[in-house]
Design a protein around this ligand. Structure first.
Ligand code: 4GW
Ligand code: MN
Length: 356
């Protein structure tokens, strides 16, 4: 009887021990399952001092880095508690600066970009009668656009013989690109994206660092410099920089690839002024052209053509800098108090003369 009790007690101990062991196993399995990604994704980088001595003789991309430093400069100290402009938005919620007069120190920026030997391409289309705008466009750019830097004017035209000979400053050259013209004016405007994309791949990527893509029916009337340059930039449309979302003339038909719902949108960007590095402009123009082609296949064309597709792109690929309407103005809108400079202004068009 007594022996029986002892045996049962021993058996119970064993059972408890086994339950304890099983629980332990289960717990460690659970722990392993939740953390196993750590165990399996270790990459061991060995830093062997002897190996790094051997590497000194091999070249690295970093060896080509040039130091960019500023010289002694005299200027008013930035005031942490006092923004330079309080009448306009100077920064987007995704930390892209909005370029207004008075918000930046041009000498600092210019010195930095000079040391990087930056090369700038400006693309402009002069198709059919719009060749009439080229002369003043380039003449005024010679007075105000990126002075002191390397500038390539890329003029896309179907009428090569109509492009006048203009004497350019040092480090500046004109490249004429012969392109087809399209019958519909909407297509003339929209196909700019395709041609910018194709030339970005073939030519621009080898010749310049940044691209500035603008309308031709414009004149420069004040300085436009390196303050505009950034990975990608768009410009606030002069008609809509104070407007509400509901007032933005985005494409509102869901069938279009340019569709933007009424509860989305940051700004209304102008089709006539955007840019960035060649790589970013390639991505932008490729997106816009492909979206247009998709719509074309579905027999739909966005309300404001290339501008609508550009606005769609910038909604989901936020620009890294935004230009105020100083950079794209139309005197039909007068001169509001916030506009301290008018740098690039629309030429009044005789629609009948240039458009037929
Ligand atoms: C209507 O008959 C036309 S023709 C509308 C645009 C036309 C057009 C435009 C053209 O015949 N040739 C041309 O080269 N363009 C280019 O597209 C030119 O670079 C022009 O600046 C750009 C956009 O057209 P736009 O300046 O007339 O557009 P808005 O009036 O919006 O600035
Ligand atoms: Mn225009």
């Amino acid at each position: 009887m007594f022996q029986d009790k002892c045996k049962k007690g021993r058996e119970r101990k064993w059972i408890y021990f086994l339950i304890y062991l099983a629980t332990l196993l289960l717990l460690s399995f659970c722990w392993y399952a939740t953390r196993n990604h750590r165990w399996h994704s270790w990459i061991v980088l060995s830093c062997n001092p002897q190996a790094s001595i051997d590497n000194v003789n091999q070249s690295s991309k970093l060896d080509l880095l040039k130091e960019v430093s500023l010289q002694r400069m005299l200027y008013k100290k930035p005031d942490t508690m006092k923004p330079p402009r309080s009448d306009v938005l100077m920064m987007t919620p995704w930390f892209a600066p909005i370029v207004w007069h008075g918000t930046y120190n041009f000498d600092m920026l210019n010195a930095q970009f000079h040391q990087k030997n930056v090369r700038i391409g400006i693309t402009v289309f002069a198709i059919k009668k719009y060749t009439a705008f080229i002369k003043t466009f380039i003449e005024t750019a010679e007075m105000f656009f990126m002075l002191g830097h390397t500038v390539n004017y890329y003029v896309f035209t179907d009428r090569v013989g109509d492009i006048p000979n203009i004497t350019l400053g040092e480090g500046r050259q004109l490249v004429i690109l012969k392109v087809p013209s399209y019958n519909r004016w909407q297509e003339v405007s929209m196909r700019r994206m395709e041609m910018i994309r194709d030339q970005s791949r073939q030519r621009f990527v080898n010749e310049v660092d940044y691209l500035v893509c603008v309308d031709v029916d414009m004149v420069f009337s004040d300085d436009v410099g390196v303050e505009i340059l950034s990975d990608s930039f768009g410009t606030l449309h002069p008609s809509y920089f104070r407007a509400s979302r509901a007032q933005f003339t985005y494409e509102r038909r869901q069938q279009s690839t340019a569709y933007i719902p009424t509860d989305e949108g940051d700004f209304y960007y102008a089709g006539g002024y955007f840019g960035g590095t060649v790589e970013e402009v390639y991505k932008l123009s490729n997106f816009c052209h492909n979206a247009m082609m998709t719509d074309k296949g579905n027999n739909i064309e966005a309300i404001w053509h290339d501008e609508s597709y550009l606005n769609k792109y910038f909604l989901y690929h936020k620009p890294t800098k935004i230009l105020s309407p100083e950079y794209l103005w139309d005197n039909n809108f007068g001169v509001p108090e916030v506009l301290k400079r008018r740098r690039f202004v629309a030429v009044p068009k005789n629609h009948n003369a240039v458009r037929n």
